[in-house]
Design a protein around this ligand. Structure first.
Ligand code: HEM
Ligand code: PLO
Length: 483
């Protein structure tokens, strides 16, 4: 046989179908949909060139799982782009930093801090419930008005993550909060706009409106971060660790006092600031987006809202507020959250990965340095895996007894998977559950009369955004009667 003789010719792996000129992709408002539709012509795995970058697009869960889980380490890199380099000071954060020992260390620190202050901590549950109560008060005060819930939802979520990161919170109308809202929207609107792949990096040398806006917003963010940093450095004595910022400062302090950090493991001020900036930014924009999508879907599917409320009335009643420990009692609410995360994934193309070695996907060779885009939209809308994927149906996540089951298909990865998996999944799920349970126990959310149902179409960007819409929050008769 040919084995071991050294004369066998290396068989090269089949080449990927390559999509030709994709200039028209640039600036396409819904890139995830465009890449989803290209499957018709090129199959579920194809390559394309964006500017000078070779990009592989993955549209099936089998290949997605291979990239994220089976070969996670080979695909753990991140591309550098003009906008994310500005956002993260050249990749000194977690999300936009490529694979390195320091990145691993940062992830580990944040993970430890989040489990200490967050997940499973009664203190955090108390903070979320406090914010939920305040949200309900605002909704009550706005009785029957057509309300844009976005600012209030954002404030509630921001205060939770603010307390985790900085041990602080914002009151309604706080000018610092207003400034934060504005800069964060500016960042979401501009960062990674061309699909996170910066198709035309040379645009930066020309006057560019988006780039100018991004820089302006980052200046405001940097001032805010710097101010929190200075306050923490002054107050921190090394004993009590109050929040994520303290936890990071403590790591540095103990490194100074004991042995210096191993080469390549030095946490500079920039690393510290960008790490907190990531958690703060991700903490606010993702959870808020999911809450907005959920409200929007409840307007479109009042029967789903009714079922959530029936379940709550039966299992919790109206005499007390919902607790985190009620989660197993409310499978239909949990299933609704799961379905929202499926039908409108927060991060429809994840964050692009980069291959760190020559490797393969399926039977195809992938060269080192290729950018790999996982199209989560395709994975979550695959007709082979999901019955009528565009239909909003929480029931698909329940078994016949109405109990929550994990997922009816492996084609479901709302938080990604593997070594780059989301760091905030547990936190996000705690918040989503409690905020929704609190609001739906008291209010029925409706589309204001004389207004058409708002569009379910998302706006593609670094997160899949919801278009602005108004809601009427009507106090439930049952709640009124009970109190
Ligand atoms: C990364 C989803 C909330 C922190 C990611 C990724 C996804 C995701 C899909 C990219 C994974 C990849 O590139 O392979 C979500 C969803 C959320 C959510 C659906 C809400 C429902 C949060 C929250 C935090 C957070 C609340 C902060 C506490 C991060 C970080 C990364 C990340 C730091 C980067 C991880 C890395 O690159 O190593 N998330 N996320 N996320 N998420 Fe989340
Ligand atoms: C959101 C706007 C903030 O001002 C800065 C910021 C930081 C981290 C980013 C986040 C933004 C968007 C959502 C991201 C998150 C890191 C991980 C998360 C990209 C840009 C997701 C969903 O992947």
């Amino acid at each position: 046989g040919p084995t071991g003789t050294g004369t066998g010719r290396l068989r090269s792996l089949p080449a990927l179908p390559l999509v030709g000129s994709l200039l028209q992709l640039a600036g396409h408002p819904q890139l995830h949909l465009r890449l989803w539709r290209l499957q018709g012509r090129y199959g579920s795995l194809y390559g394309l060139w964006m500017g000078s970058h070779y990009v592989v697009v993955v549209n099936s869960y089998q290949h997605a799982r291979e990239v994220l889980l089976k070969k996670g380490k080979a695909f753990a890199g991140r591309p550098r782009t003009v906008t994310t380099d500005l956002l993260s000071r050249g990749g000194k954060d977690i999300a936009f930093a490529s694979y390195s020992p320091l990145w691993k260390f940062q992830r580990k620190l944040v993970h430890a801090a989040l489990s200490m202050f967050g997940e499973g901590s009664l203190a955090l549950e108390k903070i979320i419930c406090q914010e939920a109560a305040s949200l309900c008060e605002t909704l009550s005060a706005a009785q029957d008005a057509a309300l844009d819930m976005a600012p209030e939802l954002t404030r509630a979520v921001t205060n939770v993550v603010c307390s985790l990161c900085f041990n602080s919170s914002y009151r309604r109308g706080d000018p610092e909060f207003e400034a934060m809202l504005e800069y964060s929207q500016g960042i979401v609107d501009t960062v990674a706009k061309e699909s996170l792949v910066d198709i035309f990096p040379w645009l930066q040398i020309f006057p560019n409106k988006d780039l100018a806006l991004l820089k302006k917003c980052l200046k405001v963010r940097d001032e805010l971060l710097q101010q929190k940093f200075t306050e923490h450095k002054e107050a921190f004595c090394g004993d009590t660790v109050r929040d994520l910022m303290d936890a990071l400062l403590q790591v540095r302090l103990s490194a100074e006092n004991n042995s210096p950090p191993a080469p390549g493991l030095e946490l500079t001020d920039d690393h510290l600031l960008m790490t907190v900036g990531d958690i703060f930014g991700a903490g606010v924009e993702t959870t808020t987006t999911v809450l907005k999508w959920t409200v929007l879907y409840l307007l479109h599917y009042p029967e789903v809202q009714r079922k959530i409320q029936e379940e709550m009335d039966q299992k919790i009643g109206l005499a007390r507020h919902p607790h985190l420990s009620d989660r197993p009692l409310l499978p239909y609410l949990e299933a609704t959250i799961s379905e929202v995360l499926r039908i409108r994934p927060v991060s429809p193309l994840l964050i692009p990965h980069v291959s760190l070695t020559d490797t393969s996907i399926g039977e195809y060779a992938i060269p080192k340095g290729a950018r790999v885009v996982i199209n989560l939209w395709s994975v979550h809308h695959d007709e082979k895996e999901w019955d009528k994927p565009e239909e909003f149906n929480p029931g698909r996540f329940l078994d016949e007894q109405g109990q929550h089951i994990h997922s009816p298909s492996p084609s479901y990865l709302p938080f990604g998977a593997g070594i780059r998996v989301c760091l905030g999944e547990v936190l996000a799920k705690m918040e989503l559950f409690l905020f929704l349970a609190w609001v739906l126990q008291r209010f029925t959310l409706e589309c204001p009369q004389d207004q058409p149902l708002p569009s379910l179409e998302g706006k593609f960007g670094v997160v899949l955004q919801v278009q602005k819409f108004r809601v009427k929050a009507r106090l439930r008769e049952a709640w009124r009667a009970a109190s």
